[in-house]
Write a protein that binds this ligand. Structure first.
Ligand SMILES: Nc1nc2c(ncn2[C@@H]2O[C@H](COP(=O)(O)OP(=O)(O)OP(=O)(O)O)[C@@H](O)[C@H]2O)c(=O)[nH]1
Ligand SMILES: [Mg+2]
Ligand SMILES: [Zn+2]
Length: 278
């Protein structure tokens, strides 16, 4: 039988409703939540690990289909982090959805900023874990999905709102600093509607090593830049200082978001420095 690993506890893996161990020649350390496996239900043994399409190392999660990039009015959104997460998605064949939580306290300016940056990049949904307003989220759960985003944006709260049985620990936002405390440590996959959802620990910084992109290729991973790239005068245009750059023209004319372009330049420099140090 084929199945998906939805939980890993020590050397046991939950597949369907059966806790299985791994066959002798399979390394337990190499099987993760999200992995597709062939297993023998009656003998409770995983026989084979099926090919993996992608892997998120911290916390470990395999075969992600969709990532809900959660932001909220508090803690203050970090669009550079969002753009890095979007790159990670684009590079790894993961569908991104910008998920604005705490819409019960959403101010107009944040909504405008989110639209300016992401309306041409990914679907945007507005939800509130507090108001149990998660219908848009439910509609979007397909395949293996995960939340990502800074600590305290409400990933665990959303999961609780989705599923009463999932008793995730919801941490109190450190009110004075408005900085979240990391509370979620393990990753599990929960069957839901048309797919699965994982609660991944909030990460406030995407591991730069994950963005394995040559800076000269970077613009190809900014999905809304793509249609304009062939109109730059130079084939090797980096869209920074060159003349007759279509990307810069689009930014001036409002066809491409200022915020996205500024973050493109920042990430470009980061990737360039890293390549030169190698
Ligand atoms: N106003 C409002 N507050 C919310 C909402 N959702 C979550 N919160 C609050 O935000 C704080 C953080 O929520 P969590 O669900 O623990 O956040 P998290 O993203 O899982 O945090 P980590 O596990 O640390 O990454 C808690 O105090 C929640 O009560 C919402 O929709 N509206
Ligand atoms: Mg959490
Ligand atoms: Zn250009």
């Amino acid at each position: 039988m084929k199945g998906i690993v939805t939980k890993k506890i020590a050397n046991l893996f939950l597949v369907g409703d059966t806790f299985c161990s791994a066959r002798g020649n399979l390394k337990e350390s190499g099987i993760f939540v999200g992995d597709r496996v062939e297993y023998d239900k009656s003998n409770k043994i995983i026989q084979k690990l099926l090919p993996r399409k992608n892997f998120l190392p911290r916390p470990p999660l395999a075969n992600l289909d969709k990532m809900f990039i959660v932001i909220a009015p508090v803690p203050k959104p970090d669009f550079l982090l969002v753009d890095k997460m979007l790159l990670f998605c684009e590079k790894n064949g993961i569908k991104p959805v910008i998920c604005v939580n705490k819409s019960d306290i959403l101010q107009k300016h944040l909504k405008e900023a989110v639209n300016e940056a992401y309306s041409k990049v990914a679907p945007i949904i507005y939800v509130s874990a507090h108001d149990n307003n998660v219908q848009e989220l439910v509609k979007n759960i397909k395949g293996v999905c995960a939340f990502a985003g800074q600590s305290a944006v409400g990933k665990s709260s959303l999961l609780n709102a989705l599923h009463g049985e999932i008793k995730e620990q919801v941490g109190e936002l450190a009110k004075k600093t408005e900085r979240g405390k990391q509370t979620t440590r393990v990753v599990s996959l929960y069957k839901f509607a048309q797919g699965y959802i994982a609660d991944t620990a909030g990460f406030s910084k995407l591991d730069e090593g994950l963005l394995d992109i040559d800076e000269r290729e970077l613009a190809n991973y900014f999905v809304e830049f793509k249609p304009f790239l062939k109109s730059c005068e130079f084939l090797s245009c980096t869209h920074s200082k060159e003349k007759n750059c279509e990307i810069k023209k689009q930014v001036e004319e409002g066809g491409i978001s200022q915020s996205r372009y500024q973050n493109y330049l920042k990430i470009f420099e980061t990737l360039k420095d890293r390549r030169r140090k190698k």
